[in-house]
Design a protein around this ligand. Structure first.
Ligand SMILES: Cc1ncc(COP(=O)(O)O)c(C=O)c1O
Ligand SMILES: Nc1c(O)cccc1C(=O)C[C@H](N)C(=O)O
Length: 431
């Protein structure tokens, strides 16, 4: 018997190239406007433009040029049905029935709408349970919804604390689900550390205690699979400009579980009407019986347009294949960092295990702000998050294993030559 001993150096560039050669998704990189020798690792904040999205924007602009007001009902994508059509295309990504989803508003305005509907403080159940690590806009929205009920935010918003400043313990969240809690709002994936929370465990625990639960999917949609319907989550809301590449200010989305459909939303507007009745323009509204009821005014057509191209791409590839590659990319990146950057005082703020690791990694370093600036100078696009975090998101559809390898070499060179010291250790305007 001949034994072949293959000497594979998993830290060599050739190994990255080998991984790329076996990558079933590698052809999709050509669908995006990825610049040569730029390593774009910020798709968890703002995804990049795909050629399909560009095309659907042009087609929809053309329908305006061609049809004027008749574009509402004519052309390849009649505007009147945009939000519902895109909801159908989003449903597989969140594990929902099409009628449980609608594309509308923004993350923050959708949270307002959902709390206006589901937060009904009564008797002793008057509090909202959230966590101190959630994106601040959610906390601002929650506080204003509490204040709108004439209640004090100091007494009615309960924030679960983090022990390590990066992650949450599900059991501690569950401990916070007391009999005075009316609604729980949590992220599915934390925006800084990328920790994935166990939605099923949290939803079951909330429901056993008679509490409504909703999730912010901003950092999970397009990165990890969801099963919102089956899990029984009451509602969810998200943006479409991160992993889903819908463009800056893309219209957001929301989910309302089938068991709540037919309920009258807290905020009403004519686009929430039953579609066949909307243009009767009656003083008494007939709300849609789907999640479409949660819409308010005229949809932002041009900020929905890129999503036709983008969601087509996601549905073609399938979220399971995307998650599989994303985990390989982040796992590979952590391996390389662990090997190459030992001794440079980096720690991982993201969970290491696959089941609780989202679509990005989070490197913690005291000099994080200026390391990010030095990376950008060298054509690596990360983002900095206060106080000391570097988020790096190699994205399944447009990052390669070689991109990850190059990024780690560049990071090593910045640390070794201390070129980060040429910059201030302060954030720029945005990151
Ligand atoms: C988890 C999370 N929630 C909410 C927001 C705010 O969303 P928007 O500006 O789309 O309302 C963001 C990012 O901006 C986010 O990351
Ligand atoms: N929505 C953003 C924007 O309008 C400008 C800059 C960044 C954003 C973001 O989405 C930030 C993002 N929520 C984060 O996870 O930090």
């Amino acid at each position: 018997m001949v034994v072949l001993i293959v000497n594979v150096n998993q830290f060599a560039r050739s190994f990255a190239e080998h991984l790329d050669s076996k990558d079933p998704l590698k052809k999709y990189k050509a669908e995006f406007y990825v610049k040569d020798n730029v390593y774009y690792l910020d798709g968890n904040s703002l995804g990049i433009l795909s050629k399909r999205s560009e095309q659907t924007v042009l087609t929809i602009l053309n329908s305006w040029k061609e049809y004027g007001i008749d574009g509402w009902t004519k052309g390849e994508y009649p505007w009147f049905y945009f939000s519902e059509k895109l909801a159908e295309k989003s449903a597989p990504l969140v594990g929902a029935k099409p009628e449980e989803v609608i594309l509308t508003g923004s993350t923050t305005s959708n949270l307002h709408q959902l709390l206006a509907t589901f937060y009904k403080p009564q008797n002793i159940r008057t509090k909202i349970l959230a966590d101190e690590l959630n994106f601040p806009s959610d906390l601002y929205a929650i506080k204003s919804q509490i204040a709108l009920r004439g209640l004090k935010t100091e007494d009615h918003l309960v924030l679960v604390k983090s022990k390590d400043g990066h992650t949450l313990l599900e059991d501690e969240i569950i401990e916070g689900m007391k009999e005075d809690v009316a609604v729980v709002i949590l992220p599915s994936v934390l925006y800084r550390s990328g920790q994935v929370l166990d939605m099923k465990k949290l939803t079951d625990a909330a429901h056993e205690r008679g509490i409504i639960i909703g999730f912010d999917l901003c950092h999970s949609i397009g990165a990890i699979p969801h099963a919102l319907h089956e899990t029984g989550v009451d509602f969810a809301f998200w943006c479409n400009y991160k992993h889903l590449n819908g463009g800056p200010g893309a219209v957001g989305g929301l989910f309302v579980h089938e068991k709540h459909l037919g309920k009258i939303p807290g905020l009403l507007g004519w686009f929430g009407s039953e579609k066949s009745k909307q243009f009767n323009l009656e003083t008494e509204m007939t709300p849609s019986t789907t999640a479409g009821a949660y819409q308010l005014g005229t949809p932002h057509i041009l900020s929905l347009a890129p999503l036709f191209g983008s969601l087509e791409l996601f549905n073609e590839v399938g979220i399971d294949a995307i998650r599989e590659k994303s985990l390989k990319l982040t796992g590979y990146m952590m391996n390389l960092i662990d090997h190459k950057l030992r001794g440079f005082d980096f720690t991982f703020g993201n969970p290491i295990g696959e089941s609780s690791r989202g679509g990005h990694i989070y490197l913690v370093h005291e000099e994080a702000a200026r390391i990010c600036k030095a990376l950008k100078k060298e054509r690596v696009i990360p983002d900095f998050r206060m106080p000391n975090g570097i988020r790096l998101a190699p994205v399944a559809l447009y990052s390669s294993f070689t991109d990850v390898w190059e990024t780690v070499q560049i990071l090593y060179s910045i640390m070794e030559k201390q070129t980060y010291k040429l910059f201030d250790n302060q954030r720029d305007v945005i990151a």
